[in-house]
Write a protein that binds this ligand. Structure first.
Ligand SMILES: [Zn+2]
Ligand SMILES: [Zn+2]
Length: 737
């Protein structure tokens, strides 16, 4: 490839502007490669950017075109596949490519510091070989000797060259000028054991017929884009299917990327893969240090990591020999980044990546999202079902407890107390789910009706009894727990129940039964998580009480009774996805009950036993629920039957946020097939001292919606107040407030 004399570098910078920037190449020697890092002046600052393209002319006037300061890499650090994925992501989410790159690559690569794991190497160029052959260097014997030396080596480092000649540097400079020699920055490969394919059939369990069928189907076409949904009930052995298909990919000398929604799920999967493959997968998640993250990235980038297991941002991990992607718990809302400026769905990007790479992708879940089920119905995705538990245990029985007709003790009904007693007597374990942490969601004065409100949010403080604090779960505010009403001095009382209070109640009801509580207050780090899981696993703990933390992925083989204390909030939410989430939670939590010989029992306490969603779920299970939920979505033209984009804005005054969104709406001039709804204040308008509002865009035609947004955003960018406000565009929002 001949690079024209006046090459323009197209550079992506981590700045909040939806464009790339043109620079002249630096005056220093070196090869310009797409995907390499470059240091450039930006205003009065020096920034590290990525070369994402080369051009022979720029629209920037020559007098204003600035020159890059330094090339940081002579080879591409981002492979073409990763760069293409990042470009697609930036365009689909209408987000600055520099910020997408910032989210995609390890911090240590972005800062541009010369990394210890990189070294400078010198090598002879093809013209250098020619020159040597033609005798063009004969008159400079020292230079000739240096080239001769490099001819017999692939490359030499500075240290090696120093040994060859103390004054090698001027020689190298002269040769580089003639383009007979080049300097490259090369990643140093750290020796680390790599996954090798285990001998076929070694220590593998016998597959059920459904598992075997799934493995065969997925492995039929390994080298082409084929989205497969692995719809497997809890306990049906999805992980075993993942491991068996991964084995085939690894045997092809390719690698597998596995995405999970939460860090807490990684240890269990890592352990199982490590046991089967003889070496641990490379792990990527936000709890790694910069250094660890960089090492994991490089390991994957060089193809040494045969299996990469990670959370959201691992979807961008550079893997040149990627052969398959697996997304576990594909329905999980945590796969969507729904905070901060860059909001993306790791699952959706994974599907795109599989398509770009031409490889299969497996989306696994016991409760597939309605979007995914829709894609099955429209034959975009192929569905493989694991309807039976691999241990042949019968499905647990789900039963509703009508709270209106039952005696209760601190929110626990008589039937539930009896069931817990019975299961404990039969040496079963009991799991109790309540998706609300803290002691009580409200603190109330019994005399003057004062409520403990968070001053920064439209929300109540949550009572944390043992910490003697009031905490806001929305902004993190904290204050000490008052003993009396600050308004009238009368007694205050906690109203409602969180896991902390329920654990107190259970200790009163079952004083001799060891209990483990798992929520973000009781379990704050990985060590505590492992120790809590271990208490349950060994049977030391007989009652397990927790929030979402216990609903996801973990295996509790001796749990025979599952109690869902209260899920009623989900029945009446204004968010159109609330019903789906509630159904998924109920099925996921219920799935923890019963294994092997012991059949399980699931009790769901509710004030609304007649609610159609609950009745539907009870009689027809998740698939029945999903079918009728999809009908409702079709009637209301909600996703997946339409596409949504939310423009969200927050400001220190409600008026400013709404004014901005109204101006944006006026600028829209949208075609008929795009509806703009709002703007409306958020359900919780004030949060963390800011007022939040949103404008919703809806269309049944994705392509025209996205084309419109491209055009519209350039107008939105011109709104004068834009610099004083904080706003984000949320494409395919997972939550509507
Ligand atoms: Zn009072
Ligand atoms: Zn707050």
């Amino acid at each position: 490839l001949i690079v024209p004399a006046l090459t323009i570098l197209r550079v992506a910078l981590d700045v909040p502007l939806r464009r790339v920037f043109d620079y002249l190449p630096p005056l220093t020697d070196g090869t310009v490669s797409i995907g390499a890092r470059v240091k450039v002046p930006f205003g009065s600052r020096q920034l590290v950017g990525w070369i994402v393209g080369l051009a022979d002319h720029s629209t920037v006037s020559p007098s204003k075109l600035r020159r890059a300061t330094e090339l940081l890499d002579s080879n591409s650090v981002l492979d073409a596949g990763t760069l293409a994925l990042v470009e697609w992501t930036a365009s689909y989410y209408h987000h600055p490519i520099g910020e997408v790159l910032a989210a995609a690559v390890p911090r240590a690569l972005r800062t541009g510091s010369i990394l210890n794991t990189y070294e400078q190497r010198w090598r002879i160029t093809p013209t250098g070989r020619d020159a040597l052959k033609k005798g063009l260097v004969n008159r400079a014997p020292k230079q000739q000797a240096l080239l001769q030396l490099l001819l017999t080596h692939n490359y030499l480092t500075a240290t090696a060259l120093q040994q060859f000649h103390e004054k090698w540097q001027p020689l190298a400079r002269a040769l580089t000028k003639k383009k007979w020699l080049e300097k490259i920055t090369h990643a140093v490969i750290e020796t680390q054991s790599t996954v090798t394919s285990p001998p076929l059939g070694s220590s593998e369990p016998v597959l059920t017929q459904e598992q075997r069928h799934a493995v065969e189907e997925i492995c039929k076409t390994l080298q082409q884009f084929k989205p497969v949904v692995l719809h497997g009930v809890t306990g049906s052995g999805k992980t075993e299917v993942y491991m068996q298909v991964a084995k085939h990919v690894v045997a092809n000398d390719q690698s597998v990327l596995i995405l999970v929604p939460e860090i807490s799920l990684t240890p269990q999967l890592v352990a199982r893969f490590a046991e089967r493959f003889g070496v641990a997968p490379t792990v990527m998640h936000s709890a790694l240090t910069d250094r660890e993250r960089l090492r994991a990235w490089q390991h994957a980038d060089r193809g040494q990591a045969k299996i990469v297991l990670g959370t959201r941002s691992a979807v961008f991990c550079s893997m040149p020999k990627l052969g398959m992607i697996i997304v576990d718990e594909e329905h999980d809302a945590s796969l969507k980044q729904h905070e901060g400026g860059f909001r993306y769905s790791a699952r959706d990007i994974a599907v795109r990546r599989a398509q770009q790479t031409g490889i299969p992708i497996v989306l696994g879940s016991a409760t597939p999202s309605l979007e995914t089920l829709y894609n099955i119905n429209t034959q975009r995705y192929h569905c493989l079902t694991l309807s039976r538990r691999s241990d042949q245990a019968p499905a647990p029985r789900l039963q509703l407890i009508d709270l209106k007709n039952e005696h209760q003790f601190q929110g626990i009904s008589h039937s539930v107390v009896q069931a817990i007693t019975r299961h404990l007597q039969q040496r079963g374990q009991v799991l109790i789910f309540l998706n609300r942490r803290g002691y009580a969601p409200t603190l109330l004065c019994t005399a003057c009706s004062w409520l403990a409100d968070c001053p920064s949010c439209d929300a109540k403080y949550t009572v944390h009894q043992s910490a003697e604090k009031l905490r806001c779960h929305h902004c993190g505010n904290e204050t000490s727990l008052p003993e009396t009403c600050p308004q009238c001095g009368y007694a205050v009382k906690p109203v409602g129940r969180g896991t902390e209070r329920v654990s107190e109640t259970l200790r009163t009801l079952f004083p001799d039964v060891p209990l483990v509580r798992m929520d973000r207050d009781a379990v704050t780090n990985r060590r505590e998580l492992e120790s809590a899981l271990n208490e349950v696993k060994t049977g030391n703990a007989r009652i397990l009480l927790g929030t979402q933390m216990i609903a996801k992925g973990h295996d509790f083989p001796d749990v025979t009774l599952v109690v869902i204390l209260n899920a009623d909030q989900g029945l009446f939410s204004t968010d159109f996805r609330a019903a789906e989430r509630l159904a998924q939670t109920v099925i996921q939590v219920a799935g923890r009950a019963g294994r092997a010989s012991r059949s399980g029992e699931v009790l769901l306490q509710t004030e609304y036993p007649e609610h159609p969603l609950l009745k539907n779920l009870l009689t027809e299970g998740y698939s029945g629920f999903a079918a009728s939920a999809l009908q409702e979505r079709a009637q209301a033209a909600w996703p997946p039957y339409s596409h949504l984009v939310a423009l969200r804005c927050s400001a220190s005054q409600a008026k400013h946020a709404l004014d901005f969104l109204n101006t944006a709406k006026e600028l829209a001039n949208a075609p008929k097939n795009i509806q703009l709804r709002g703007p409306v204040p958020a359900a919780m308008a004030k949060r963390a001292d800011k007022y939040h509002a949103q404008l919703l865009l809806e269309s049944t035609q994705r392509r025209s919606l996205h084309q419109f947004i491209d055009d519209w955003l350039t107008k939105v960018d011109t709104i004068p107040q834009i610099r004083q406000l904080s706003w984000v565009l949320d494409v395919d929002p997972a939550e509507l407030f």
